[in-house]
Design a protein around this ligand. Structure first.
Ligand SMILES: [Zn+2]
Length: 689
């Protein structure tokens, strides 16, 4: 999984509570799931095939908040968390149990958008990690039980559906279509997934002959090429670098609305956030390569070989992060890779110096630790044992533990079998110690002359621009402009009072996208002499640059406000409409007498079916305009239950802010009294505070 927020660790605690049944070995779960898109619920018939190792009197399957649970073979009970079957189960014997049920899950299975809507039609998808697949499918929350899932879904025919494994059969019966998937290898329950919606498909092939299917919402079908630029390259590279054939039947990637994280590596079926769906301009602002390579690497690290518990979570995230960095090195060169390691070492050292370093073995560690310190541990290990041993050990570890669960020592044993280097010391330094071994990291990094130069450039941060003109100029003309340019732009704009026109002009003239972006993001006062050069930024191949340019130019040059608005009229910007929304807000400010139309435009972007990123920005602008009518307040209140945690937090914070205004508070009370606001209990808590 890849979280958008760096310090997200919500799902770890839930993993710890799963219960393991050592005498039960579930071999296969075959499910026929019927999806009701109108009532937003499912019903299912499931067959569970299992083997008993030693005699037991009962077995259970996790199943959260199901209704109408039924089974005929054995006596059973259901306590809203587990279905328990009572029987004298004999050792070394195989059994099959059939269960039927209904479920309307509050988590794990999500319905987003609006049924029948043309712009944002309903999408249905799952997120199993940290959320429990058992909220919609009886399964085992414990990661150690690996099961072959063969899943069949029936739903209205307008949907395209993808799930784990191979699509074996698709059949239509009146208005319903049945999609039958087949898996051949076992996996942990948290990796079960499906996604359904108005999707279109594009197929590619890896060098090894694996089919790769990419899916986008139909209205984004023009974005295949710019979104999946590197897919084949990444796939071929990882398969070759890891040295073990891709372990599943095929690979699918599907972009969905309102996804909870950046991406999730469900076995052979990665789901990712639609913010990574990009056109030929938005791709320049996107970090999808990182997400794409990360989730694909998990198909080996996590899905093929799985941690026994969260204590060993770096075996998933550290490995996926590191192999994603290696894929990016392959695509963009070694300086890119070194720069990534340099940036994460900076963050890790900072936390460590603040006394906030964490052990990699801490099951509750944050994602900076699991992902970045984990990746760094692998890089340091590679440096200590050498490339040959390192990569041989990686493939040996995967081969010897395929479709099994492992602990960190299983990995270290594979490395130790190939080297004389003392790995006990490595374990102490990198896995058991809280602080970040910054000296070792620096020694590794400064082997590169490019990183040495970057260190020197960053060391100039404290000096006034007048004392470092020569060095900044050289950096702007260097071949490493990709990395030095943004740093120079940052230093040029950090001194708000002393603007150096000559260097600013030079930075703009590099035509380097990220350098220009950092300039416009950070500058507050644009020198009049450079007005024309800054106006050019409205045409840069980046929607983020254009957005910041429009705002800064509008603020700096009041006489030309109408001109700038005219020039950018009709531009949507990225998939979440960054240009259009800003344009509406500035139009409202520009002409207060005619503000009604643009303000209504913003309110229209707060309706429930809208992607949360659009709603959030529309609400931010309405807040800046201090405009909250009945409709926007009702819409905002609906989102107190939104499944995306960070957006839900934003909604609560916004409510806490706007109720300081007495008129708005009175409107909210009135809307609660007349029943237009339904989330009354949550709002009352906020009003009390
Ligand atoms: Zn991950």
């Amino acid at each position: 999984m890849k979280s958008i927020l760096v310090l997200l660790n919500l799902f770890i605690t839930s993993i710890l509570t799963a219960q393991h049944q050592p005498n039960l070995d579930v071999k296969r779960i075959k499910a026929e799931v019927t999806i009701n898109d109108t009532l937003r619920r499912i019903s299912a018939e499931v067959s569970i095939y299992f083997h008993i190792k030693s005699a037991v009197d009962s077995v259970f399957f996790d199943a959260q908040n199901f209704k109408s649970v039924n089974s005929n073979q054995f006596k059973f009970s259901y306590n809203s968390e587990k279905i328990i079957f009572y029987h004298h189960f004999k050792p070394n014997k195989s059994y099959k149990i059939d269960v039927s049920y209904q479920a309307k899950p509050k988590q794990t299975l999500y319905f987003t958008g609006k049924l029948g809507d043309t712009e944002f039609p309903l999408q249905i998808w799952t997120q199993g990690q940290g959320k429990y697949t058992s909220h919609w499918l009886p399964s085992l929350d414990d990661m150690r039980d690996k099961i072959e899932f063969d899943l069949t879904y029936t739903l209205p025919s307008q949907y395209k559906l993808v799930s784990n494994g191979n699509l074996k059969r698709k059949s239509k019966n009146v208005n319903l279509t049945t999609w039958e998937f087949d898996m051949q290898k076992p996996m942990s329950s948290y990796l079960v997934a499906f996604a359904a919606g108005n999707f279109v498909e594009e197929t590619q092939n890896s060098n090894s002959g694996i089919s790769i299917y990419n899916y986008l919402p139909a209205q984004d079908s023009l974005d295949f090429k710019s979104t999946f630029i590197y897919t084949q390259d990444i796939f071929n590279f990882l398969e070759q670098k890891i040295g073990v054939s891709y372990p599943w039947q095929n690979y699918k990637q599907i972009g969905v609305r309102d996804f909870l994280y950046a991406g999730m590596e469900n076995t052979s079926c990665t789901i990712f956030s639609d913010e990574f769906i990009t056109d030929s301009i938005a791709k320049n602002d996107s970090d999808f390569v990182n997400v794409e390579a990360h989730e694909l690497a998990h198909q080996w690290f996590g899905n093929l070989v799985t941690e026994t518990s969260a204590k060993h979570h770096w075996l998933h995230e550290g490995f996926a992060t590191y192999f994603s960095y290696l894929a990016q090195e392959h695509l963009f060169g070694t300086p890119y890779f070194e720069h990534q390691l340099f940036s994460t070492a900076e963050s890790l050292k900072l936390r460590s110096d603040q006394g906030k370093g964490q052990r990699l073995f801490n099951p509750n560690a944050n994602s900076l630790t699991f992902y970045e310190k984990g990746a760094w541990a692998l890089h340091a290990l590679r440096n200590r044992v050498g490339d040959k041993v390192f990569f041989e050990a990686i493939s040996q570890y995967l081969v010897n533990n395929a479709y099994k669960s492992v602990e960190t020592d299983d990995f270290l044993a594979e490395v130790q079998s190939l080297t004389q280097v003392n790995l006990a010391q490595f374990k102490q330094d990198w896995l058991l110690q809280k602080s970040f071994p910054a000296e070792e990291a620096q020694l590794i990094l400064t082997k590169s002359s490019f990183i040495e130069q970057l260190f020197e450039l960053k060391a100039l941060r404290g000096l006034p621009v007048s004392e470092k003109q020569k060095q900044l100029k050289e950096a702007l003309l260097s071949k490493h402009i990709d990395y030095f340019g943004p740093e120079v732009a940052l230093q040029l704009t950090s001194d708000k009072n002393l603007i150096n026109n000559e260097l600013l002009q030079l930075a703009l003239e590099t035509k380097h996208l990220k350098t220009r972006q950092v300039l416009i993001k950070n500058i507050s006062k644009i020198p009049r002499q450079l007005q024309l050069s800054f106006e050019e930024l409205l045409k840069d191949e980046s929607y983020i640059t254009r957005e910041h340019a429009l705002l800064k130019l509008w603020l700096n040059f009041p006489k030309k406000r109408s001109f700038y608005l005219k020039q950018t009229k009709g531009q949507d910007g990225n998939i979440h409409l960054n240009m259009k929304l800003l344009h509406l807000m500035l139009s409202a400010l520009n002409n207060p007498d005619n503000a009604y139309q643009p303000v209504r435009g913003l309110v229209n972007y707060t309706v429930p079916e809208m992607p949360y990123q659009i709603k959030r920005q529309a609400f931010v602008y309405l807040f800046q305009l201090n405009y909250f009518d009945e409709e926007s307040l009702v819409n905002l209140s609906e989102d107190l239950n939104h499944p995306v945690w960070r957006y839900r937090t934003f909604v609560k914070q916004l409510f806490s802010e706007i109720i300081k205004d007495k008129t708005i508070k009175a409107s909210i009370n009135q809307l609660m009294n007349n029943g237009k606001i339904k989330n009354v209990s949550k709002l009352k808590d906020l009003l009390k505070k």
